[in-house]
Design a protein around this ligand. Structure first.
Ligand code: OKP
Ligand code: ZN
Length: 337
Protein backbone atom coordinates (compact mmCIF):
# COMPACT_ATOMS: atom_id res chain seq x y z
CA UNK A 1 0.00 0.00 0.00
CA UNK A 2 1.03 3.60 -0.56
CA UNK A 3 1.91 5.46 2.62
CA UNK A 4 1.82 9.27 2.58
CA UNK A 5 3.81 11.88 4.48
CA UNK A 6 5.29 15.28 3.68
CA UNK A 7 8.35 16.56 5.58
CA UNK A 8 6.60 19.90 6.15
CA UNK A 9 4.30 18.09 8.60
CA UNK A 10 7.24 18.06 11.02
CA UNK A 11 7.34 21.89 11.28
CA UNK A 12 4.29 22.34 13.54
CA UNK A 13 5.68 22.53 17.05
CA UNK A 14 3.05 23.21 19.74
CA UNK A 15 4.82 24.25 22.94
CA UNK A 16 2.31 23.75 25.70
CA UNK A 17 -1.26 23.00 26.61
CA UNK A 18 -3.47 23.87 29.56
CA UNK A 19 -3.92 20.65 31.51
CA UNK A 20 -5.36 20.14 34.98
CA UNK A 21 -4.75 23.72 35.99
CA UNK A 22 -1.24 24.16 34.68
CA UNK A 23 0.72 24.52 31.47
CA UNK A 24 2.35 21.23 30.49
CA UNK A 25 4.71 20.35 27.65
CA UNK A 26 2.72 19.48 24.55
CA UNK A 27 2.63 15.75 23.70
CA UNK A 28 1.77 16.08 20.01
CA UNK A 29 5.35 16.41 18.72
CA UNK A 30 7.09 15.66 15.43
CA UNK A 31 8.87 12.78 17.21
CA UNK A 32 5.60 10.87 16.75
CA UNK A 33 5.89 11.16 12.98
CA UNK A 34 9.60 10.26 13.12
CA UNK A 35 8.77 7.06 15.03
CA UNK A 36 6.21 6.01 12.40
CA UNK A 37 8.52 6.91 9.51
CA UNK A 38 11.32 4.85 11.04
CA UNK A 39 9.03 1.83 11.42
CA UNK A 40 7.26 1.86 8.03
CA UNK A 41 9.33 4.16 5.80
CA UNK A 42 10.19 5.28 3.20
CA UNK A 43 6.87 7.05 2.64
CA UNK A 44 5.40 8.67 -0.48
CA UNK A 45 5.00 12.45 -0.84
CA UNK A 46 1.41 13.43 -1.57
CA UNK A 47 0.58 15.61 -4.58
CA UNK A 48 -0.82 19.07 -3.86
CA UNK A 49 -4.59 18.86 -4.39
CA UNK A 50 -5.07 22.48 -3.33
CA UNK A 51 -7.79 24.04 -1.20
CA UNK A 52 -10.88 22.50 -2.82
CA UNK A 53 -10.89 19.25 -0.77
CA UNK A 54 -10.46 21.30 2.43
CA UNK A 55 -13.25 23.72 1.50
CA UNK A 56 -15.50 20.72 0.85
CA UNK A 57 -15.43 20.03 4.61
CA UNK A 58 -14.44 23.26 6.37
CA UNK A 59 -15.97 26.71 6.57
CA UNK A 60 -14.10 29.25 4.38
CA UNK A 61 -13.90 31.83 7.19
CA UNK A 62 -12.43 29.18 9.49
CA UNK A 63 -9.72 28.24 6.96
CA UNK A 64 -8.86 31.92 6.50
CA UNK A 65 -8.61 32.26 10.28
CA UNK A 66 -6.29 29.23 10.53
CA UNK A 67 -4.00 30.65 7.87
CA UNK A 68 -3.73 34.13 9.39
CA UNK A 69 -4.24 33.68 13.15
CA UNK A 70 -0.57 33.46 14.07
CA UNK A 71 0.34 36.62 12.13
CA UNK A 72 -2.57 38.46 13.76
CA UNK A 73 -1.47 37.21 17.15
CA UNK A 74 2.04 38.57 16.56
CA UNK A 75 0.67 41.83 15.13
CA UNK A 76 -1.30 42.25 18.37
CA UNK A 77 2.04 42.04 20.20
CA UNK A 78 1.41 38.68 21.85
CA UNK A 79 4.30 36.37 22.77
CA UNK A 80 4.36 32.60 22.19
CA UNK A 81 1.67 30.76 20.27
CA UNK A 82 -1.91 31.82 19.61
CA UNK A 83 -4.32 30.24 22.04
CA UNK A 84 -7.80 31.19 23.21
CA UNK A 85 -9.01 31.91 26.69
CA UNK A 86 -12.61 33.04 26.21
CA UNK A 87 -15.27 30.95 24.50
CA UNK A 88 -18.87 31.71 23.54
CA UNK A 89 -21.49 29.72 25.41
CA UNK A 90 -23.05 27.11 23.12
CA UNK A 91 -25.95 28.60 21.15
CA UNK A 92 -24.95 32.16 22.04
CA UNK A 93 -25.82 34.31 19.00
CA UNK A 94 -23.11 34.12 16.33
CA UNK A 95 -20.99 37.30 16.28
CA UNK A 96 -18.57 38.20 13.53
CA UNK A 97 -15.87 39.75 15.73
CA UNK A 98 -12.43 40.93 14.58
CA UNK A 99 -10.39 40.81 17.76
CA UNK A 100 -7.90 37.89 17.66
CA UNK A 101 -8.90 36.64 21.13
CA UNK A 102 -12.54 36.60 20.06
CA UNK A 103 -11.71 34.77 16.85
CA UNK A 104 -9.71 32.16 18.79
CA UNK A 105 -12.79 31.66 20.96
CA UNK A 106 -15.13 31.47 17.99
CA UNK A 107 -13.05 28.93 16.07
CA UNK A 108 -11.84 26.64 18.87
CA UNK A 109 -13.17 24.75 21.86
CA UNK A 110 -10.17 23.99 24.08
CA UNK A 111 -6.84 25.32 25.34
CA UNK A 112 -4.77 22.36 24.18
CA UNK A 113 -4.47 23.35 20.54
CA UNK A 114 -2.17 26.33 20.00
CA UNK A 115 -1.50 27.90 16.61
CA UNK A 116 2.18 28.54 15.83
CA UNK A 117 4.01 29.91 12.83
CA UNK A 118 4.05 26.61 10.97
CA UNK A 119 0.73 25.12 12.09
CA UNK A 120 -1.10 25.92 8.88
CA UNK A 121 1.68 24.45 6.72
CA UNK A 122 1.79 21.18 8.64
CA UNK A 123 -1.99 20.82 8.87
CA UNK A 124 -2.31 21.58 5.15
CA UNK A 125 0.10 18.80 4.19
CA UNK A 126 -1.47 16.35 6.61
CA UNK A 127 -4.78 17.00 4.84
CA UNK A 128 -3.12 16.49 1.43
CA UNK A 129 -1.95 13.06 2.64
CA UNK A 130 -5.57 12.18 3.42
CA UNK A 131 -6.69 13.33 -0.03
CA UNK A 132 -3.91 11.29 -1.65
CA UNK A 133 -5.08 8.18 0.22
CA UNK A 134 -8.68 8.80 -0.89
CA UNK A 135 -7.48 9.28 -4.48
CA UNK A 136 -5.75 5.89 -4.33
CA UNK A 137 -8.98 4.15 -3.30
CA UNK A 138 -10.87 6.00 -6.01
CA UNK A 139 -8.30 4.68 -8.49
CA UNK A 140 -8.95 1.12 -7.28
CA UNK A 141 -6.36 0.56 -4.53
CA UNK A 142 -7.48 -1.68 -1.64
CA UNK A 143 -5.38 0.09 0.98
CA UNK A 144 -3.70 3.43 1.61
CA UNK A 145 -2.14 4.99 4.69
CA UNK A 146 -1.97 8.72 5.42
CA UNK A 147 0.50 9.65 8.15
CA UNK A 148 -1.51 12.68 9.21
CA UNK A 149 0.27 14.80 11.79
CA UNK A 150 -1.16 16.97 13.26
CA UNK A 151 -4.20 14.70 13.70
CA UNK A 152 -7.71 15.71 12.67
CA UNK A 153 -10.71 13.95 14.22
CA UNK A 154 -11.48 16.60 16.85
CA UNK A 155 -11.64 19.43 14.28
CA UNK A 156 -15.12 20.40 13.08
CA UNK A 157 -16.38 22.39 10.11
CA UNK A 158 -15.41 25.66 11.84
CA UNK A 159 -13.44 24.76 14.92
CA UNK A 160 -10.10 23.42 16.11
CA UNK A 161 -9.45 21.48 19.32
CA UNK A 162 -7.83 18.33 20.71
CA UNK A 163 -4.52 18.95 18.86
CA UNK A 164 -6.53 18.98 15.57
CA UNK A 165 -6.92 21.76 12.98
CA UNK A 166 -8.14 20.14 9.76
CA UNK A 167 -10.27 17.00 9.84
CA UNK A 168 -8.18 14.68 7.68
CA UNK A 169 -10.54 11.69 7.91
CA UNK A 170 -13.56 13.83 7.02
CA UNK A 171 -11.63 15.34 4.10
CA UNK A 172 -10.83 11.82 2.83
CA UNK A 173 -14.44 10.65 3.26
CA UNK A 174 -15.90 13.71 1.56
CA UNK A 175 -13.37 13.43 -1.25
CA UNK A 176 -14.49 9.83 -1.85
CA UNK A 177 -18.17 10.88 -1.92
CA UNK A 178 -17.42 13.65 -4.41
CA UNK A 179 -15.48 11.16 -6.52
CA UNK A 180 -18.59 8.99 -6.86
CA UNK A 181 -18.65 6.71 -3.81
CA UNK A 182 -22.27 6.04 -2.82
CA UNK A 183 -21.61 5.49 0.87
CA UNK A 184 -18.49 5.90 3.00
CA UNK A 185 -18.08 4.56 6.53
CA UNK A 186 -15.67 6.23 8.94
CA UNK A 187 -14.48 3.90 11.70
CA UNK A 188 -12.71 5.77 14.50
CA UNK A 189 -10.49 3.60 16.73
CA UNK A 190 -8.56 6.40 18.42
CA UNK A 191 -8.81 6.41 22.24
CA UNK A 192 -10.73 9.71 22.12
CA UNK A 193 -14.12 10.27 20.55
CA UNK A 194 -13.88 11.88 17.10
CA UNK A 195 -16.28 14.69 17.87
CA UNK A 196 -15.29 16.75 14.82
CA UNK A 197 -15.98 13.90 12.40
CA UNK A 198 -19.27 13.12 14.14
CA UNK A 199 -20.36 16.78 13.93
CA UNK A 200 -19.41 17.14 10.27
CA UNK A 201 -21.48 14.13 9.16
CA UNK A 202 -24.17 14.08 11.87
CA UNK A 203 -27.05 14.91 9.52
CA UNK A 204 -25.64 13.02 6.53
CA UNK A 205 -27.01 9.72 5.26
CA UNK A 206 -24.10 9.06 2.89
CA UNK A 207 -21.25 9.08 5.44
CA UNK A 208 -21.66 6.83 8.47
CA UNK A 209 -19.58 7.23 11.62
CA UNK A 210 -18.73 4.45 14.08
CA UNK A 211 -16.46 5.21 17.03
CA UNK A 212 -14.91 3.15 19.86
CA UNK A 213 -13.49 5.37 22.60
CA UNK A 214 -12.98 6.07 26.26
CA UNK A 215 -16.34 6.89 27.84
CA UNK A 216 -16.76 10.68 27.66
CA UNK A 217 -18.33 10.64 31.11
CA UNK A 218 -14.73 10.38 32.35
CA UNK A 219 -12.62 11.10 29.23
CA UNK A 220 -11.89 14.02 26.94
CA UNK A 221 -13.77 15.50 25.00
CA UNK A 222 -16.62 15.00 27.52
CA UNK A 223 -19.35 16.79 25.54
CA UNK A 224 -19.59 14.32 22.64
CA UNK A 225 -19.30 10.55 22.20
CA UNK A 226 -22.19 9.35 24.34
CA UNK A 227 -24.09 6.25 23.25
CA UNK A 228 -27.38 8.07 22.64
CA UNK A 229 -25.89 10.27 19.88
CA UNK A 230 -27.32 8.46 16.83
CA UNK A 231 -27.38 11.21 14.15
CA UNK A 232 -30.16 13.51 13.04
CA UNK A 233 -32.34 14.22 9.99
CA UNK A 234 -31.12 12.23 6.99
CA UNK A 235 -28.27 10.92 9.14
CA UNK A 236 -30.45 9.37 11.83
CA UNK A 237 -29.02 5.94 12.64
CA UNK A 238 -25.78 6.55 10.72
CA UNK A 239 -23.82 7.53 13.85
CA UNK A 240 -22.81 4.87 16.38
CA UNK A 241 -20.81 5.57 19.53
CA UNK A 242 -19.39 2.68 21.55
CA UNK A 243 -17.98 4.23 24.75
CA UNK A 244 -15.75 1.92 26.83
CA UNK A 245 -14.58 2.18 30.43
CA UNK A 246 -11.08 2.98 31.62
CA UNK A 247 -8.96 -0.16 31.72
CA UNK A 248 -10.56 -1.73 28.63
CA UNK A 249 -8.28 -4.56 27.42
CA UNK A 250 -8.02 -6.30 24.05
CA UNK A 251 -10.76 -8.95 24.56
CA UNK A 252 -13.28 -6.32 25.61
CA UNK A 253 -12.13 -3.94 22.89
CA UNK A 254 -12.44 -6.61 20.19
CA UNK A 255 -15.97 -7.35 21.41
CA UNK A 256 -16.99 -3.73 20.83
CA UNK A 257 -15.13 -3.71 17.50
CA UNK A 258 -17.20 -6.73 16.47
CA UNK A 259 -20.36 -4.72 17.12
CA UNK A 260 -19.03 -1.68 15.26
CA UNK A 261 -17.92 -3.76 12.29
CA UNK A 262 -21.23 -5.61 12.13
CA UNK A 263 -22.98 -2.23 11.89
CA UNK A 264 -20.65 -1.14 9.07
CA UNK A 265 -21.28 -4.40 7.14
CA UNK A 266 -25.06 -3.96 7.40
CA UNK A 267 -24.65 -0.50 6.01
CA UNK A 268 -22.82 -1.73 2.88
CA UNK A 269 -20.47 1.19 2.20
CA UNK A 270 -18.36 1.41 -0.95
CA UNK A 271 -15.31 2.64 0.99
CA UNK A 272 -13.95 2.71 4.52
CA UNK A 273 -11.91 5.43 6.19
CA UNK A 274 -10.25 4.40 9.46
CA UNK A 275 -9.26 7.07 11.97
CA UNK A 276 -6.46 5.12 13.63
CA UNK A 277 -5.09 6.22 16.99
CA UNK A 278 -2.51 4.13 18.84
CA UNK A 279 -3.39 5.91 22.08
CA UNK A 280 -5.42 2.82 23.08
CA UNK A 281 -1.95 1.39 23.89
CA UNK A 282 -1.49 0.34 27.53
CA UNK A 283 1.47 2.65 28.01
CA UNK A 284 0.00 5.74 26.39
CA UNK A 285 0.80 8.70 28.66
CA UNK A 286 -2.58 10.47 28.28
CA UNK A 287 -5.01 7.54 27.87
CA UNK A 288 -6.41 4.65 29.92
CA UNK A 289 -6.94 1.50 27.82
CA UNK A 290 -4.78 -1.64 28.03
CA UNK A 291 -4.03 -2.74 24.46
CA UNK A 292 -0.58 -4.36 23.97
CA UNK A 293 1.53 -3.99 20.84
CA UNK A 294 0.81 -7.46 19.31
CA UNK A 295 -2.93 -6.93 19.84
CA UNK A 296 -3.01 -4.11 17.28
CA UNK A 297 -2.65 -6.86 14.64
CA UNK A 298 -5.97 -8.40 15.72
CA UNK A 299 -7.66 -5.00 15.49
CA UNK A 300 -6.30 -4.56 11.98
CA UNK A 301 -7.34 -8.10 11.01
CA UNK A 302 -10.95 -7.58 12.17
CA UNK A 303 -11.14 -4.40 10.10
CA UNK A 304 -9.64 -6.27 7.12
CA UNK A 305 -12.44 -8.84 7.43
CA UNK A 306 -14.91 -6.10 6.44
CA UNK A 307 -13.44 -6.65 2.97
CA UNK A 308 -13.66 -2.98 1.99
CA UNK A 309 -11.24 -0.65 0.20
CA UNK A 310 -9.72 1.10 3.21
CA UNK A 311 -7.86 4.36 3.75
CA UNK A 312 -6.16 4.60 7.15
CA UNK A 313 -5.73 8.11 8.49
CA UNK A 314 -3.40 8.61 11.47
CA UNK A 315 -4.87 10.23 14.57
CA UNK A 316 -3.34 10.02 18.09
CA UNK A 317 -0.81 7.89 19.97
CA UNK A 318 1.60 9.57 22.37
CA UNK A 319 3.93 6.79 23.55
CA UNK A 320 6.29 8.03 20.83
CA UNK A 321 8.94 5.35 21.16
CA UNK A 322 6.44 2.49 20.70
CA UNK A 323 4.24 4.39 18.24
CA UNK A 324 5.98 3.22 15.07
CA UNK A 325 5.80 -0.43 16.18
CA UNK A 326 2.12 -0.08 17.08
CA UNK A 327 1.25 1.47 13.73
CA UNK A 328 3.30 -1.11 11.79
CA UNK A 329 1.63 -3.94 13.73
CA UNK A 330 -1.83 -2.55 12.98
CA UNK A 331 -1.04 -2.14 9.27
CA UNK A 332 0.35 -5.68 9.13
CA UNK A 333 -2.86 -7.01 10.63
CA UNK A 334 -4.88 -5.00 8.12
CA UNK A 335 -2.83 -6.43 5.27
CA UNK A 336 -2.94 -5.49 1.60
CA UNK A 337 -6.57 -6.58 1.14
C1 OKP B 1 -6.07 14.02 20.49
B1 OKP B 1 -6.32 12.69 19.75
C2 OKP B 1 -5.99 19.19 28.10
C3 OKP B 1 -5.97 17.72 28.01
C4 OKP B 1 -6.84 17.30 26.90
C5 OKP B 1 -6.65 16.43 24.75
C6 OKP B 1 -6.47 15.10 24.10
C7 OKP B 1 -6.49 15.21 22.62
C8 OKP B 1 -6.19 13.90 21.96
N1 OKP B 1 -4.81 19.76 27.65
N2 OKP B 1 -6.18 16.38 26.08
O1 OKP B 1 -7.61 12.20 19.86
O2 OKP B 1 -5.38 11.66 20.08
ZN1 ZN C 1 -6.73 10.34 20.79
Amino acid sequence: MKTYFDERQRLHHPQREMHNGDWTAHVETHVRADSICAAIGPLDRPADYGMAPLLAVHDAAYLEFLKTAFAEWRAAGRPGEAIGYSWPVVRRRPLDLDRIEAKLGRFSYDAGTPIGEETWTSAYWAAQCAVAAAEDLHAGARRAFALCRPPGHHAGRDYLGGYCYLNNAAIAAEHLIRSGSRRVAVLDVDYHHGNGTQDIFYARGDVGFVSLHGDPRTEYPFFWGHADERGEGGGTGANLNLPLPRGTDAPRYLGALEQGCAEISRWEPDHLVVSFGADTFAEDPISNFAIRTPEFAAIGARIAALDLPTAVVMEGGYASEALGRNVATFLNGLGEG
